[in-house]
Design a binder for this molecule. Sequence first.
Ligand code: DAH
Length: 346
Amino acid sequence: MLEKIDRLLSLISELSVKDIQELETFRIRYMSKKGIISELFEEFRQMPASEKKEIGRKLNILKQSVIEKYDSYKDSLSLLPSSPRLNDPSRPSFPCSLGTRHPISIVRGEIISIFERIGFSVSEGPEIESDDNNFTRLNFAPEHPARDMQDTFYISRISAGDSNPGDILLRTHTSSVQVRVMQKQKPPIRTISPGRVFRNEAISARAHCIFHQVEGLYIDENVSFADLKQTLLFFAREMYGEKTEIRFRPSYFPFTEPSGEMDVSCTICGGKGCNVCKYTGWLEVLGCGMVHPAVLEASNIDSTKYTGFAFGMGIERPAMLKYQVNDLRMYYENDLRFLEQFRSAF
Ligand code: DAH
């Protein structure tokens, strides 16, 4: 088995890939569920324990080199090789045409403007966060699956395996800004936090490892679920049109109790049913709830005196609906043919 791994290692180091098709063949051959690496790991599982140490080490080196090979080609072989790009050095420098706003910036601007009109301020926080602000102070139990390496990009971990409040990561949601605001400000707090978030997801037309969210937080004396509903109804009608209806479904988030998800009547068919809303008449737009007392207490806010509501929504999805973009990857491709189509006051 060691010899086999060595042979594969040298094969991979010399291998060159010409185009996207060849890269896909490489991926299937080595990295797929039934590919060479999985097969070797399967064989490895059956081996006697005495041989496992050395072979396991080699096998991991092999797996790593396959991933590195794939990643290095993936970056250079683009999905749209002939598209004009922002960083194309052969583009003439003059005359230069006026740029356009990115669709995500336009929709973010719309959301901010709606909440600013009803007294919300804008607060921002860093993309590199502590586990403490991203998880612990938001009432995530130590073994909560969202902390798992599968979802979170860790930058440094204090102890291998177990998560620790001192670990540093790329924030997985903008809820981390809630914690920062609560630590700095005393109630009443009425703020929204737009920003970029990161999750370790395979990139496809419907998912990306980078996306954008807007978080909302309102804390004061006597804030109730009725305030949450009225605020979000106002938002939905401003954003999606005055005939828009909303509905709430119960849900679970560690940092809110009770928690809900809000749907709006489908912006395409008005609720009659179409293929965008999968014939339900509703589109899911955000998560929300009453701030959990443990979250208030973790940031030294007296939960016997104050209550609050919070909500969080993605920006990509409403932007896809608004502009009928059907592939998330378009937002990050820097393709001018795509970007030049967006003009707006925001
Ligand atoms: N942080 C949640 C997510 O990324 C979204 C969310 C849900 C934010 C409910 C909230 C909330 O503030 O109350 O999926």
